[in-house]
Design a binder for this molecule. Structure first.
Ligand code: ZN
Length: 462
C-alpha cells in the first residue's frame, strides 16, 4: 500500500468514533479553526497559501529532524482525509497535545512522532502511531515503526550512589545526570564513547543540584567535567535550587561555559510551558519523543532539594519510560495530580530506591513493568539501618506489588554498617534496555538476573 493511502486509511479508521458523533457537514475553515489557548500549531483557514505555509513549516521540521517528508499531496491526504464530513475539530502539532486544546471527539496528530490521540472525557488518549509496519498492515496502532531506543543505566566507577543514564535513539544522544563524584567522568566517558562516536550529546538533562547527579558534569582540578569532554547541544535543568555548595558552583560555571561555547540552555519549566524556543516535547526519532512533565516544585520552594527534580518521560509508540530524578513522596503526589500520567513500560526508581520515593500514589498510576535502580545495593552511605540502605525494603515491597522485573546497577561488599565502611562491585552492572516499541530487552553487563533472585536480595530483603 502506498504511504498516503495508508495514512488515509488509518485516519478514516481512527476517526470512525468521531464520525458517528457528527451532526453536520462543515468547511475546512471550520475544522481547522485555531483555539485561542492552543499552544500547538493548528491548521489555518481554507486559504490555500496558508495551508501551503503550514506544509512548508512541516517540511522544515522534517529537515531539522532528518526525517523524509511527505509530498504536498500525500501530506494533504494525510491531514485532510474525510474529515470534511465528520463535524469534529482536529489538530496537529509538534509534540503531545496540551490538555487545554480541543474538545471531546477531536483528533490530534503529533507530527514529531506520528502518534494519534483522541479526546475523550476531557483528556487526550494515545490511539496509536500511523507510521511504519503497523500502518502498512492496516492495524493502525500499537507500537511499531518506531526508531530503536537504547537506555543505559550506568555504573559510576566508585562505591557511591548516583545517577547517570545514557539514552540513544539513532544518532540522537541524551544524558540524564552525571553523578556521583568527579572521577565518575572518566568511567562515564569510557562507557559513552562506545556508543557516541561524534563527541556530541544532543541533550543533557540535569534533574537537580545534588552532588550525586552533577559531580561528573561539573568536574574539578583533577577531572575534567563532562560538559568539557562533550559538545552538549541542549542543556535542560532544574528551575529551582537552594544549593550553595562548591560542586554546585562548579556545575553552574561549567554549564555556563558550555552555553558560551554554543549550547542552548533551558530549565524544565520553560520546556513545560513551551516558552520561547524551549519545547515540552522533543522528537528523538521516528515514533520516539522526550516529554517534560510539570513538577509543582519547578515554581514552588521546598526544603527538600530532591523535590526540585526535573521529571520527564520518553514515549516510544505505546511504551513509556519515566524518569523522576530523586523526587520524593510529596513531589510524586503532586506529579500525579498535575499531569496525565499513564502506565509505564519502565520506571527509573526515584531517589535510588529510597523509602520516601516510589510511593503507592505514583506506582498506582504508572504501574511499571520494569524498574531500574541506580545505587550501590546495601551500602551504608546514608544509613546504618540495613532496611533503609538503597534499595530500601519499603520501596521494594511497594514496587513488587506491580513487578518483579527489578534491576540494580551496583552492589556493596565488605559492608560494616556501624563503621559505615564498604567496597563495591557490580550487581547487574551497566543495565542496558533496548526496545523498538514492541520487542523489549534488559541486559546487565555483569548478569541479567532479577533482583529477587540475587544472593543480596535473598540475604537482605526476602
Ligand atoms: Zn540522588
Amino acid at each position: 500500500m502506498k504511504k498516503h493511502r495508508m495514512l488515509y486509511f488509518l485516519f478514516t479508521a481512527t476517526l470512525s468514533a468521531s464520525i458517528v458523533m457528527s451532526t453536520s457537514a462543515c468547511s475546512l475553515g471550520d475544522l481547522f479553526r485555531p483555539d485561542d489557548d492552543d499552544t500547538t500549531q493548528t491548521l489555518p483557514t481554507e486559504d490555500d497559501a496558508q495551508i501551503r505555509a503550514v506544509y512548508d513549516s512541516y517540511v522544515q521540521n522534517c529537515a531539522e529532524q532528518g526525517r523524509k517528508e511527505l509530498s504536498y499531496e500525500e501530506w494533504l491526504a494525510s491531514v485532510k482525509g474525510e474529515k470534511g464530513e465528520d463535524g469534529n475539530g482536529w489538530h496537529y502539532g509538534n509534540g503531545t497535545p496540551s490538555q487545554a486544546l480541543g474538545k471531546d471527539g477531536d483528533l490530534y496528530l503529533d507530527y514529531a512522532t506520528w502518534n494519534v490521540y483522541t479526546k475523550d472525557g476531557g483528556s487526550w488518549t494515545l490511539r496509536g502511531c500511523i507510521k511504519g509496519e503497523k500502518g502498512e498492515d492496516g492495524n493502525g496502532g500499537e507500537a511499531a515503526g518506531n526508531a530503536e531506543l537504547t537506555i543505559h543505566f550506568l555504573e559510576l566507577g566508585n562505591k557511591y550512589a548516583g545517577d547517570c543514564i545514557f539514552i540513544q535513539c539513532g544518532d540522537v544522544e541524551v544524558l540524564i545526570d552525571g553523578g556521583s563524584r568527579t572521577d565518575s567522568a572518566d568511567t562515564i566517558e569510557r562507557y559513552v564513547d562506545q556508543y557516541c562516536t561524534d563527541g556530541v550529546l544532543e541533550y543533557v538533562i540535569v534533574t537537580h543540584a545534588d552532588q550525586d547527579h552533577i559531580a561528573a558534569l561539573a568536574g574539578d582540578q583533577s577531572h575534567k567535567g563532562l560538559f568539557e569532554r562533550y559538545v552538549c547541544k541542549t542543556i535542560i535543568d532544574f528551575p529551582l535550587t537552594d544549593k550553595t555548595t562548591q560542586v554546585y558552583k562548579r556545575y553552574v560555571a561549567a554549564r555556563d561555559a558550555e552555553v558560551q561555547a554554543g549550547a542552548v540552555h533551558y530549565n524544565a519549566l520553560q520546556c513545560y510551558n513551551n516558552e520561547g524556543d524551549a519545547k515540552q516535547s522533543y522528537s528523538l526519532g521516528e515514533g520516539v519523543s522526550m516529554n517534560f512533565l510539570y513538577n509543582y516544585y519547578y515554581d514552588h520552594k521546598t526544603s527538600d532539594e530532591n523535590n526540585y527534580s526535573v521529571c520527564m518521560y520518553i514515549q516510544q509508540g505505546e511504551y513509556r519510560y519515566l524518569f523522576t530524578g530523586d523526587l520524593e513522596e510529596d513531589g510524586e503526589r503532586r506529579l500525579v495530580a498535575n499531569n496525565s500520567l499513564a502506565p509505564c513500560k519502565l520506571y527509573k526508581a526515584g531517589h535510588h530506591g529510597s523509602k520516601t520515593s516510589s510511593t503507592e500514589a505514583l506506582l498506582n498510576v504508572i504501574r511499571p513493568e520494569y524498574v531500574c535502580i541506580c545505587c550501590c545495593a546495601g551500602s551504608p552511605e546514608y544509613t546504618s539501618n540495613n532496611n533503609n540502605t538503597f534499595p530500601t525494603r519499603d520501596a521494594l515491597s511497594r514496587i513488587e506489588k506491580y513487578t518483579d522485573n527489578i534491576f540494580v546497577t551496583s552492589l556493596a561488599t565488605n559492608v560494616d554498617l556501624s563503621a559505615k565502611t564498604w567496597d563495591y562491585t557490580s550487581l547487574n552492572g551497566n543495565i542496558v534496555v533496548k526496545s523498538d516499541g514492541s520487542a523489549f530487552s534488559v541486559t546487565g553487563s555483569n548478569h541479567s538476573q532479577k533482583l529477587k533472585d540475587t544472593p543480596w536480595y535473598l540475604a537482605n530483603r526476602a
